[in-house]
Ligand binder design. Structure first.
Ligand code: PXP
Length: 240
């Protein structure tokens, strides 16, 4: 796949985080999804957390009805959330690790440690026609395990790359490149995300094997000053 075809999935959780500050109805993530799609993004991403700190069950249900591009639900392997996903049937589920106290998703899913639990969740969701991606570190063993339990795709966690600089960042980039090449070679679709912004996205967008980038925080915070539509268009120009 060439870089021209790279897709942008926009995570709109933080529209809901702002709404939760006052416990009211605005800003509405459904309205945000509409603007994001009209600005040319390829999909909407939301994380239904076990503590419902931003996106809630009603948001998810409505998004399933109104999103016309692609709905990617990030979630843990908690049975209650898995049942909601199986019922809602988003286009895609991305399984992520989830800790109550974290500010955002820290680190990738441990597919080796949780192999049999993840495997059961993958089969259940796939039986409902949902594609399943696993959010993992750029590590060959994690990728091999993802393939062995029949994941459709992996999303490479770019957090370490995003948080580092200089030589360390170059090393992290190299790890991501190698992981992407390996995953693609063994038949997995390859996505990437976390911590990507207007300064660090280009090197990741240049990796041919990566089909889709999932970006949230940098776009939503830029939108505060420049508007959501402009923030999306600017990111699309950088990655395509
Ligand atoms: N991809 C996954 C799997 C995530 O959990 C997140 C954060 O919710 C993102 C991408 C987006 O990360 P950021 O908000 O740092 O762009």
């Amino acid at each position: 796949m060439t870089n021209n075809k790279k897709r942008l999935g926009v995570n709109i959780d933080h529209i809901a985080s702002l709404r939760q500050l006052r416990g009211g109805l605005t800003p509405d993530p459904i309205q945000a999804a509409n603007i994001v799609e009209n600005a040319g993004a390829d999909g909407i991403v939301v994380h239904l957390r076990e503590d419902r700190r931003h996106i809630n069950d009603r948001d998810l249900k409505t998004l399933k009805q109104v999103v016309v591009t692609h709905l990617n639900l990030e979630m843990s392997i908690n049975p209650e959330i898995v049942a909601i996903a199986a019922k809602t049937k988003p286009d895609q589920v991305t399984l992520v690790p989830e800790k109550r106290q974290e500010l955002t998703t820290e680190g990738g899913l441990d597919t080796i440690k949780l192999k049999s639990r993840i495997s059961k969740v993958i089969s259940k969701l796939q039986s409902k026609g949902i594609k399943v991606s696993l959010f993992i570190e750029p590590n060959i063993h994690q990728i091999q395990t993802a393939k062995s339990i029949n994941a459709d795709a992996i999303e490479i966690h770019t957090g370490k790359y995003a948080l580092s600089s200089g030589k360390k960042q170059k090393n992290e980039l190299l790890k991501i490149k190698k992981a992407a090449q390996h995953a693609k070679k063994i038949g997995l679709s390859v996505f990437a995300g976390h911590g990507l912004n207007y300064h660090n996205v280009k090197a990741i967008a240049d990796i041919d094997e990566i089909e889709e980038l999932n970006i949230g925080y940098s776009i939503i915070t830029r939108a505060v000053f420049f508007g959501l539509k402009n923030a999306i268009k600017e990111m699309i120009n950088l990655i395509k």
